[in-house]
Structures are given as C-alpha cells and as structure tokens.
Ligand binder design. Structure first.
Ligand SMILES: [Fe+2]
Length: 299
C-alpha cells in the first residue's frame, strides 16, 4: 500500500512579501532565496531547493501543501488509490512540476477545500549548504520528518480523517479540552513518519484554511533566541511558551505577517505506535494575544 512519507512543502499566499522576507529570515532563521521571479520568494530550511514558497497574492493564507511519495511507482499507486476512492486527482504537467521543483506532481483538494498536492523527487541542492537568515546554534528538524505540522480547517472531521487515512496517515483524537462554554474540543492528530503529527484539525470553525505551521529547531537555544526576538519586536504571542502533552515539544505560537500563527518548537518526541489522549498540556501555553483561533485553555 502506498503511503505519503512526509509533509514536504508548503505554498503560502501573502500580501506583503517584504514583511515576510524579514520575518522568515530575522525571526525564524530561515534562508530566503530570491530567484528574481518577482511574484515569489522561497524559504529554505535544509538542503532542499525550498520548503516554503511565498507567493504574492491578495489573500494571506495557505496556497497549497505538498505530501511526498518515495518514487514514481508509489506516486502512481497513490494516484490510482485516490481515484478508485472517488477523489478527483489531476496529474500535473511537466511545467507545473518544474514550478514546484519536483519530478512528478498531482493536484487534489482535501475535504476542507485545502489545495493538496502529492509529489515525488524534490530538487535537493546538495551543493549549497543551508545558510540561516540569522545566526543559529543548530538547524531545523526536517529530514524524514518533513517540514513540520499544520493545523487545517476541516468542517467535517470524519471526512478529513478518512481522506488523510487514504493518503496513508495514522492517528485520531489526542485531546479532550473542556472549553469555558461547556463544550469539549477534541482535536485530531495524524502522522506519516516519526514526527508526532504532520497534520491536525478539529479546532472548530476557522476564518483561514490554516491556523498554524509548526517547525522545530534542533537546539533549545535557537528556540530561546527566536523567543527573545519575538518579544523584542513585540510580535503578538497567542500561546506562551509551554509543553504539549502529545508531542512533548516546548513551543510558543506567534503571529506571522499574514495574521495567522507560526509555532516555534524544540524537543518533540517521536510518534508513538499507540493512541493516547490528554486533558491538558504539561505546563505553560497560556493564552495571550486573542483572535488567532487559539483562544482555548490548554492548562
Ligand atoms: Fe501545533
């Protein structure tokens, strides 16, 4: 059975490329690559040509997410599996694959309406060492664990879970959070490699397709440095430093120039083989700036 191996890349539609250029490099430490295309810049996190494409647009939201398959055989098997399950999949042209810097590409939509892609063969610039946008003690955690994780808008959680299971992800509800209004939020987390989760959903109605992207540093000091820079620049922090009960990552959530959240993290554990659920986080993650879709009690 063919299965995706990682969340490989993201495209983001952004209204202010210059603000993003500064934020990605100076706050997060990513390497900005500008190839003179005019409407887009790229963010490197490792040796890949890019992990994130920032495309000038009139919305500030997720443009697409790319899930990797190991090789053309697995890619074709996934296209067939999705098609047989009634999912509309369009195998992209060579030009479209080149635009993504991959060898093969297909486009589809997840049940939440989020533009989704499957691909194989990313361009890896092995000759070009990763050069962080600001001094860093270590690197980003990528490799076989992919870029990080995203929380997506899904109005039908069961349909979303069935779709991502078809892609080959595993997982289920990992929290039952008692909300002040008496409701219980039960967010759903799914993984496809050692990263504890690559996608999650079930946070209720959302304005944007994406609530946050989480990425992870190899060194705790890089998380601390990022936190200092965020505080110095008085960037909105939606969730203060804290440790999640599911992935055990020390993280904080702050606003990006598109008005949604980036979760900066360190120290996540690997995906366990069996399911558990939690009723709160271990410590921290106190709510601070409101209105970013994370006004939920985690402690
Ligand atoms: Fe997260």
């Amino acid at each position: 059975m063919s299965s995706v191996t990682e969340l490989g890349y993201l495209g983001m539609s952004v209204t202010d490329l210059d603000a993003w250029r500064a934020y990605a490099a100076e706050v997060a430490g990513m390497e900005v690559v500008d190839e003179g295309e005019g409407d887009r810049i790229y963010l490197r996190m490792d040796l890949w040509h890019h992990r994130i494409a920032l495309i000038k647009g009139d919305t500030d939201d997720l443009a697409y997410m790319g899930w990797r398959l190991g090789d053309p055989t697995e890619f074709e098997a996934m296209v067939e599996k999705l098609t047989n399950a009634g999912v509309a999949v369009t195998v992209a042209s060579d030009a479209e694959a080149r635009e993504r810097r991959v060898l093969g590409l297909a486009k589809l939509t997840d049940p939440g309406g989020n533009p989704t892609e499957i691909f194989f063969g990313p361009q890896v610039d092995a000759h070009k060492p990763f050069h962080p946008g600001r001094p860093m003690f270590g690197k980003f955690v990528t490799g076989s664990e992919g870029i990080g994780h995203c929380i997506l808008r899904q109005d039908d959680v069961e349909a979303a879970a069935a779709f991502y299971r078809l892609l080959g992800l595993r997982g289920s509800v990992e929290y039952q959070l008692h909300l002040p209004n008496g409701m219980v939020a039960m967010p759903y987390f799914m993984h496809c490699n050692e990263r504890q989760h690559s996608v999650a959903f079930g946070l209720g109605p959302m304005e944007k397709r994406i609530n946050h992207l989480m990425f992870e540093y190899t060194e705790l000091d890089d998380l601390g440095l990022a936190h200092d820079i965020v505080r110095e620049r008085q960037i909105d922090v939606a969730l203060q430093l804290g440790k999640h009960a599911n992935d055990l990552a020390l993280t904080f959530y702050c606003a990006n120039p598109s008005g949604w959240l980036w979760e900066f993290g360190w120290g996540a554990r690997k995906a366990p083989a069996q399911q558990e659920f939690y009723t709160r986080d271990i410590f921290g993650h106190g709510n601070e700036a409101q209105g970013y879709g994370m006004d939920i009690p985690l402690q």
